[in-house]
Design a protein around this ligand. Structure first.
Ligand code: HEM
Length: 122
C-alpha cells in the first residue's frame, strides 16, 4: 500500500503545491494582510506539514513541534470569508497539479475539512 506522499512524488510535490497557493494568497484582498511580506517561512512550514500529514518524514514536527493547528491559528481572525478564500487557492493549486484525480479528491476532501475546523470567528 503506497502513501499519497509516495504516489505524488514526495516532498517536491508539496513544495510546488504550496508555492502556487501562496502566489494566489499574496494577491488576495482577504488574505494577504495576514501573512508576512516574505512568504518563504510560511511556504516551508505548510509544505513540510502537508508532506508529513500525507506520509512523508516528520520534518515539520522536528522543526516546529506538535502541529497544534487550532492554537497556531488563534492569532488570526478566520471567518467564513477567510476560510473560503484560503480553500479556493488550495483547491486551485491541487487542480493544476499532476496528482491523479483520486489523489486530488483525497487532498481536497482533507483541505475542506481541515480549513473548516480552523474557523475561529463568525
Ligand atoms: C482556514 C483558513 C486558513 C487561514 C486564513 C490560515 C492562515 C495562516 C496564517 C496567517 C499563518 C501564519 C503564517 C506565518 O506567519 O508564518 C498560517 C500558518 C500555518 N497554517 Fe494556516 N491558515 C488556514 C488554514 C490552514 C489549514 C487548513 C492548514 C492545514 C491543513 C494550515 C496549516 C498551517 C501551517 C502548518 C502553518 C505554519 C505553522 C507554523 O508556524 O509552524 N492552515 N496559516
Amino acid at each position: 500500500m503506497s502513501t499519497l506522499y509516495e504516489r505524488v512524488g514526495g516532498q517536491p510535490f508539496f513544495g510546488q503545491l504550496v508555492e502556487r497557493f501562496y502566489q494566489g494568497v499574496a494577491q488576495d484582498p482577504v488574505l494577504a494582510h495576514m501573512y508576512p511580506d516574505d512568504l518563504s517561512d510560511p511556504t516551508r512550514h505548510l509544505a513540510l506539514f502537508l508532506g508529513q500529514y500525507w506520509g512523508g518524514p516528520p520534518t515539520y514536527s522536528e522543526e516546529r513541534g506538535h502541529p497544534r493547528l487550532r492554537m497556531r491559528h488563534v492569532p488570526f481572525v478566520i471567518g467564513l470569508a477567510e476560510r473560503d478564500a484560503w480553500l479556493a487557492h488550495m483547491v486551485g493549486s491541487v487542480r493544476v497539479s499532476d496528482a491523479s484525480p483520486e489523489d486530488q479528491a483525497e487532498l481536497i476532501d482533507y483541505l475542506e475539512m481541515a480549513s473548516r475546523n480552523l474557523i475561529n470567528s463568525v
